[in-house]
Write a protein of this length. Structure first.
Length: 133
């Protein structure tokens, strides 16, 4: 069996302990990042939509960096949106983090009725990254 290493950045231990999932898992050179939503280190919803989208990507960045990766290593992105009309805002924020035009990842966007188990979450994003050999 391939060794699996949970990735738990500072500020996300409560997710692992209380909700029982790893923010990320490293298997070999592949990093699977769990869907991140717009909550801060105190597990509180970031209410402003733009700020919430930024928080999602900051949370993704924390997991990637804790695994020794960056957005340049991301090969697949899956985003969930409570309102697909937010795609331009999503793309604007995403493009501040995923900047390597020679190496864009795949991307799938899905509409969802609710995220995070409560109203007010607009975006959830999960990623897969691959580290160089």
């Amino acid at each position: 069996m391939t060794e699996r290493t949970p990735i738990i950045p500072d500020g996300m231990q409560a997710v692992y302990d209380n909700i029982h999932y790893a923010p990320g898992v490293k298997v070999g050179n592949v990093i699977y990042v769990s869907g991140q939503i717009g909550r801060d280190a105190e597990m509180k919803l970031v209410e402003d939509k733009r700020a919430q989208f930024v928080q999602v990507f900051e949370n993704l960045k924390l997991v990637l960096e804790a695994a020794g990766a960056s957005f340049d290593d991301v090969v697949d992105v899956l985003s969930f949106h409570t309102d697909m009309r937010d795609l331009p805002l999503y793309s604007e924020i995403r493009d501040q983090y995923i900047t390597n035009a020679d190496n864009y990842p795949t991307w799938t966007a899905i509409g969802a009725a609710m995220l995070g188990g409560q109203a007010g979450y607009y975006l959830e994003v999960k990623m897969v990254a691959h580290l160089p050999e």
